[in-house]
Design a protein around this ligand. Structure first.
Ligand SMILES: Cc1ncc(COP(=O)(O)O)c(C=O)c1O
Length: 282
């Protein structure tokens, strides 16, 4: 009989596979993954982010079971849904922000960033965005179009997107000062700030190299953008919800973003994502 890897190759499309090891997995318990053949391995990957409570956490099992046993519908479209409203209330309570805000729910980090792009363009009437070389915001057309990851060069960026270098202590030519100076130069020349709806930023660049931005950079970026009415969207999909040691990664820098995007860990392994933003934009 063929093994799981062979069956996988014979059935599941190559699109979206990113395989770094020969591991094939049949189960998971706590912080361990169970390899085909039964070997139990300490999992240091968290499945690339979503498994922030590990595998088979009793609280997740209980929550899933309760929601399926007594299901408040299967959609938010037609009527208010108690568990969704409770979750929105909780997210608003734990996420710093200004003014009246609203929450949108989706299924993945990609669709949440797509949503943010769409609502920002519609609400501001501005169609340009700024993001960073190395950033990964998702694999749907909207979120791909504002990403700058080197594995995505097969997809053209969205027209009008400005990709800046992410300030990087290991690349002194991309100091915080140099990146901010480049942004100022772009504003003065080919990227008029009044055309820019928002900046998308990972508060700690994840797939682009696990880069911690120099202290003060995020705030300086935010101040520059606020001067021009440009919104700050913080992508917390990978590094949010306490993975960095604070509830939100942007809190390390005392930032107050306009929009916050959640994914991965918010579902604990189930497909769930969210965007929090100003009521008038959402
Ligand atoms: C920072 C960031 N944003 C968005 C995404 C997209 O999330 P998803 O894979 O759930 O669509 C990812 C995925 O790795 C990510 O790392």
């Amino acid at each position: 009989m063929s093994n799981l890897r062979e069956r996988d190759a014979a059935t599941i499309a190559q699109i979206g596979k990113l395989r770094f090891s020969p591991l094939s997995v049949v189960g998971g318990q706590g912080n361990r993954l169970i390899e085909e053949g039964g070997r139990s391995l300490l999992d240091l990957s968290g499945s690339a982010g979503p498994a922030i409570l590990g595998y088979g956490h009793p609280a997740i099992i209980e929550a899933v079971e309760a929601s399926i046993r007594d299901m408040a519908g299967a959609s938010l479209l037609l009527y208010p849904n108690e568990p969704a409203v409770s979750l929105a209330e909780r997210l608003l309570a734990i996420t710093p922000g200004n003014g009246e805000r609203r929450v949108w729910f989706g299924h993945s980090g990609s669709d949440a960033n797509d949503c943010a792009v769409r609502v920002l363009q519609a609400a501001t009437g501005r169609s340009r965005f700024i993001s960073f070389i190395g950033s990964y915001h998702g694999n749907l057309s909207g979120s791909m179009g504002i990403s700058g990851h080197t594995a995505m060069t097969h997809t053209l960026p969205r027209p009008g997107v400005l990709l800046l270098p992410y300030p990087d202590p290991y690349r002194p030519q991309f100091s915080a000062e140099a990146v901010l100076a480049l942004l100022d130069y772009q504003f003065e020349t080919t990227c008029p700030p009044h055309q820019v709806a928002a900046v998308f930023i990972e508060p700690l660049m994840s797939d682009g190299g696990l880069i911690v931005p120099p202290p003060g950079f995020l705030k300086a970026l935010q101040e520059r953008c606020r001067r021009h009415g440009i919104r700050i969207v913080v992508d917390e999909v990978k590094v949010g919800l306490a993975r960095s040691g604070m509830m939100h990664c942007f809190q390390h820098e005392g930032l107050t973003p306009d929009l916050v995007v959640f994914g991965k860990g918010i579902g604990g392994g189930l497909p769930l994502s969210a965007v929090i933003g100003p009521k008038e934009i959402m």
